[in-house]
Write a protein that binds this ligand. Structure first.
Ligand SMILES: [Zn+2]
Ligand SMILES: [Zn+2]
Length: 661
């Protein structure tokens, strides 16, 4: 009797057995996605293999319902990679497969055109400087050997990392090998697609959450068949099933978007390294502000370090001026007088400005004048943000909205004042201060569609706007030659967050935003407004001094025993009832402690602590943190399966989380 072995994307780590369709050849089933009955549901699953069994009670086995794919999508690499994910990020093989080969892809009758092919092409090639040339030579030399290797390009902003990538891609293409080019945010797709298309013209695909399920299927197939050679995309593009992989490039490798938070909570950098090892390919991580983890790997010689410490064409790094925010009241302008003066000068020269504030909405919140209470979201333990036009309070975590005027939840009065500023308020202030300036605001309130990103990008590039105002979306990778001033309205927003990475993130953010200026002919200037001008994150960002920052920060991590000096797992315990969360997290904490002693695992168990936002969308959340060696952590998490929690309690685990809040 022939029985199919099927991996189902559910949190049970075993294979399930089904009967094949009787009129279909086995080779037309194996390696494809299939629809299977599972309990009362029908699920998309993966037909991995078959076995012949005698004496099996086939009456108990159900038959698969349908074969979804016309083509064989499940490669041997996909199965091995999924096993690696399942073992290293605590999930089932089926769940891992659902990341590697998305369940949502749909085969289409006619082949759809991936957007990239519509672009007009203009060939251009830059002349590399000595540092870029050396970088390209060492990467290409490794490519020519067909062995695994990894590089970290630490290049200051504007040092021409992209040109190094392109030359490596070109070499890989000559070897008939493919490239996966990863970017931290889909907003950067247009910019990269323009550059890549201008150089390579064809066989380019883009992959991100915005493209349709039919398009994804076609692209997947083209990648398998070698009809596409370069993929540009966000995190999940790391799974593009190229069979002849030459390069995986991870641009802005320090970005937290490379870490998937939901199950399977993989780290794109680890997946890229695994795939490149499997295919004898080369992985390139690039950043002006490498993560402490990657930079330590470079210092420890686990990854080859390439330094680009000069901007191209010997352009100077921007001059950063730090201004202290003092005596602020509710009514004072968000702009210090010196900042206003600087903006006026740039506008007069008809150059462009980026204004950055990491907070959308109008103001941080409303405060009651009578009792001083802050307007909190009734569903979350965090303040609501005031938005204008229409006037409302919005929770940025659960989306809850309340129309104004809303009475104070404590004393019921309606005498309120606004506190702190968001991008909407900054926009208002800019309009009043600079009446003729053309302003574009880019934050997640305006950028709900990809079109808005493109509008901002094209609008600034074509000089239809003078000021680009926005949240961290404007900090990432944009390259506009006419921007000669960057203003950071409040550099401290990320410093306040109680997390082991918040200082690192602040340094990265300031350096990255500052790096958006002085990339063209004009010299760049940066103004940083802060309450903490002496903070080392701000001081070293001002000096463009990553190495000194690294030295201090890495010592802190060592002292407090945080990554990269240990591995971490974050266990979250969630329930609608607060007392159940308390009860279960205590119980779990002590059973983990017992296990650590019993099995002599060198692990530290911390907590349970309330999450930074202890209540989110009416669900209470606590964390237990495990610190130690990855293998020990994984051994311990195996026991989690047997833990009996209360009804309604959800227990999740994230390996190597990008934050602990
Ligand atoms: Zn909320
Ligand atoms: Zn009140």
């Amino acid at each position: 009797m022939t029985v199919l072995e099927v991996a189902v994307p559910i949190p049970i780590n075993k294979m399930f057995y089904y009967l094949p369709l009787s009129n279909v050849k086995l080779e037309d089933i194996i390696g494809r996605r299939v629809k299977v009955p599972f309990g009362k549901k029908v699920l998309t699953a993966y037909a991995i293999s078959y076995i012949n069994i005698k004496n099996i009670n086939t009456l108990k086995l159900k038959r698969i319902i349908k074969i979804i794919d016309n083509d064989n999508l499940i490669t041997e690499e996909a199965i091995k990679l999924s096993k690696y994910i399942s073992e290293n990020y605590v999930c089932s093989l089926g769940e891992a497969l659902s990341s590697v080969i998305p369940t949502s892809m749909k085969p289409s009758k006619k082949i759809s055109e991936n957007k990239s092919t519509e672009k007009k092409v203009k060939h251009r090639k830059c002349i590399l400087n000595t540092q870029q040339n050396n970088a390209v030579n060492s990467i290409n030399k490794t490519l020519s050997k067909n062995v695994y290797s990894s590089f970290l390009i630490h290049g200051v902003t504007g040092s021409g990392k992209t040109e190094v990538y392109i030359n490596a891609i070109e070499y890989a293409l000559k070897q008939n090998r493919s490239t996966i080019m990863l970017i931290p945010d889909i907003s950067l797709t247009t910019q990269f697609l323009d550059i890549i298309t201008a150089r390579f013209n064809k066989n380019i695909g883009i992959w991100h959450s915005g493209i349709s399920n039919n398009e994804k299927y076609d692209l997947f197939l083209k990648a398998i068949n070698g009809d596409v050679k370069i993929i540009i995309g966000a995190r999940s593009a790391v799974f593009t099933p190229f069979k002849n992989l030459g390069l995986i490039i991870i641009d802005e490798e320090h970005e937290h978007t490379y870490k998937q938070v939901q199950k399977p909570s993989y780290d794109t950098r680890e997946i890229a390294k695994w795939r490149c090892k499997y295919q004898n390919a080369v992985v390139i991580l690039g950043s002006a502000t490498p993560s402490l983890e990657s930079y330590k790997d470079a210092i420890d010689k686990k990854i080859n370090l390439i330094e680009l410490n000069k901007r191209i064409d010997n352009k100077e790094l921007p001059e950063v001026k730090v201004l202290t925010l003092e005596n602020r009241t509710f009514k004072t302008s968000s702009f210090l007088p010196e900042t206003i003066k600087a903006i006026s000068k740039v506008l007069a020269r008809k150059e462009q400005i980026i204004v950055f504030l990491n907070r959308r909405g109008y103001s941080s919140t409303l405060i009651c004048r009578k009792c001083n209470s802050i307007y909190q979201c009734p569903r979350c333990s965090i303040s609501m943000v005031f938005h204008k036009n229409p006037d409302l309070l919005k929770c940025h975590y659960c989306g809850n909205t309340e129309y104004l005027p809303a009475p104070c939840s404590v004393c019921k009065c309606k005498d309120v004042t606004i506190f702190g500023s968001g991008t909407q308020k900054i926009e208002d202030e800019l309009k009043k201060l600079f009446k003729h300036a053309r302003i574009f605001r880019l934050d997640s309130d305006t950028a709900s569609s990809n079109k808005n990103y493109e509008k901002a990008y094209n609008g600034i590039k074509n000089e239809e706007y003078d000021i680009l105002l926005g949240t961290q979306m404007v900090a990432k990778g944009f390259d506009f030659p006419k921007v000669s001033l960057v203003c950071i309205i409040d550099a401290d927003t990320s410093l306040y967050i109680p997390d082991f990475k918040s200082i690192e993130k602040t340094f990265q953010l300031i350096t990255q935003v500052a790096g958006r200026t002085g990339r063209g002919y004009a010299k760049g200037n940066v103004i940083v407004q802060t309450n903490y001008p002496q903070h080392y994150a701000i001081e070293y960002a001002k000096k463009h001094d990553f190495k000194s920052f690294y030295k201090i920060e890495i010592e802190q991590r060592k002292k407090l025993s945080y990554p990269p000096f240990c591995d971490i797992a974050k266990i979250s315990i969630k329930n609608k009832k607060m007392e159940k969360v308390d009860e279960d997290s205590e119980k779990l904490f002590f059973s983990l402690k017992d296990l650590v002693i019993k099995y002599k695992l060198e692990l530290e168990i911390l907590g349970p602590v309330s999450a930074y936002i202890a209540k989110l969308n009416n669900i209470y959340r606590k964390y237990i943190i495990i610190k130690g060696d990855r293998n020990n952590i994984l051994k311990l998490t195996e026991f989690l399966e047997n833990f009996k929690q209360s009804v309604g309690t959800f227990i999740g685990i994230e390996i190597m989380p990008s934050d602990l809040i």
